[in-house]
Design a protein around this ligand. Structure first.
Ligand code: MRU
Length: 345
């Protein structure tokens, strides 16, 4: 199962995650508008997957820019990058991927537009491949922290589906499973869009990793009952001081983990770190449509017209985080110093 696949004729094939687990269907994106629409409606979702998909989206957009001069071409690509970046504001991997492609474009000496397009595609392929390699590396670092027989609680979906492959939080879980540690997983259903129920359990079942589904409001009692040993989640943005934005509900889990004295780990590639922001207060939090809360599978579960608040993410302060697992190793407190150090390697 691939989250996405670049087809040589100039098409990005995306697994439509909004239909999982009931239907395994693919979308063929032929221009950047298709990719932007897929990102907005969460057909592709998860911070690293959004970054890689947007990179290919920029390539598709660049293939359609009809100009003869390099400056005009770069201006066109910059404009498409802005459109793609605006699709989802919280996951920084999206902006990171756009910046990386634009930097590559600006530093390429050729004036030939077709060569520039090829350079963009090569860089998008690199982002895709590196994401898988990085997830395997952080999986190896992370699994060393997991005790034999650990019962692990996770939130949302930070798996192969949320990345180019293998996953971040679920990458650590996969690595621990592959190391024969006989771990088991509790998956929070993750309202409102049920990424835990629909996607994490689906991935775990495919990987034959024992998984138990709970609703979000069961996590506290699960911990109080002594049924879980640690929590591990992914991230959409990590600021310089180690604050972490992730799927709404992550903060509540971190508070609960502290009260119950359980380790709370965040697993993310360094493409998720935003050293431009000093703390989590500065992270833009996406607010989505009220229909995601008022309806389940198209059917209303609340009175028509009720007022709704629907932030898609929350921020977990660094003091609640035991460690951040990256492809360059495990980062612990003081995050401000240790994060800078790891980023500068
Ligand atoms: O709204 P989503 O489904 O894109 O949110 C995804 C998450 O919050 C993930 O936990 C995060 O992106 C990390 S994915 C490796």
């Amino acid at each position: 199962m691939n989250t996405m696949r670049w087809l040589e004729e100039g098409c990005l094939e995306l697994l439509d995650q909004s239909k999982l687990p009931l239907e395994v269907t693919y979308l063929n994106c032929r221009d950047h508008f298709d990719v932007a629409a897929a990102i907005k409606r969460l057909a592709v979702r998860g911070a690293p997957a959004i970054g890689a998909a947007a990179a290919y989206g920029l390539v598709l957009g660049a293939m359609k820019i009809e100009v003869y001069h390099k400056e005009a071409f770069i201006a066109g690509v910059e404009s498409i990058a802005r459109e793609l970046t605006a699709t989802r504001p919280t996951a920084v991997n999206l902006r990171w991927a756009m910046d990386r492609l634009l930097k590559k474009l600006r530093s390429t000496a050729t004036e030939d537009i077709n060569e520039l397009r090829a350079v963009l595609l090569a860089e998008a392929n690199l982002i895709y491949r590196e994401d898988i390699t990085n997830n395997r590396k952080l999986g190896a670092y992370g699994q060393a922290l997991i005790p034999v027989g650990a019962r692990i609680l996770t939130h949302c979906n930070a798996g192969a589906l949320a990345t180019a492959g293998y996953g971040t939080a679920l990458g650590v879980i996969r690595a621990a499973h592959e190391a024969g540690k006989k771990i088991s997983v509790y998956a929070d259903e993750t309202r409102p869009l049920l990424q835990g129920a629909r996607l994490t359990t689906w991935e775990m079942l495919h990987a034959r990793i024992p998984v138990t589904l709970i609703t979000d409001n069961m996590a506290g009692y699960l911990m109080a009952s002594g049924k879980v040993d640690l929590v591990i989640v992914g991230a959409d943005r990590i600021t310089a001081n180690g604050d972490v934005a992730n799927k709404i509900g992550t903060y509540s889990l971190a508070v609960l983990a502290q009260v119950h004295n359980l380790p709370f780990y965040v697993a993310a590639p360094l493409s998720t770190v935003d050293l431009d922001l000093a703390s989590g207060e500065e992270i833009p939090i996406e607010e989505r449509e009220s229909v995601e809360v008022t309806h389940l599978d198209g059917r209303p579960v609340a009175p028509a017209g009720v007022k709704v608040w629907n932030p898609a993410f929350d921020v977990t302060p660094n003091r609640l985080i035991t460690a951040i697992i990256t492809e360059r190793g495990v980062i612990r407190r003081p995050y401000l110093k240790n994060m800078q150090e790891v980023m500068s390697i």
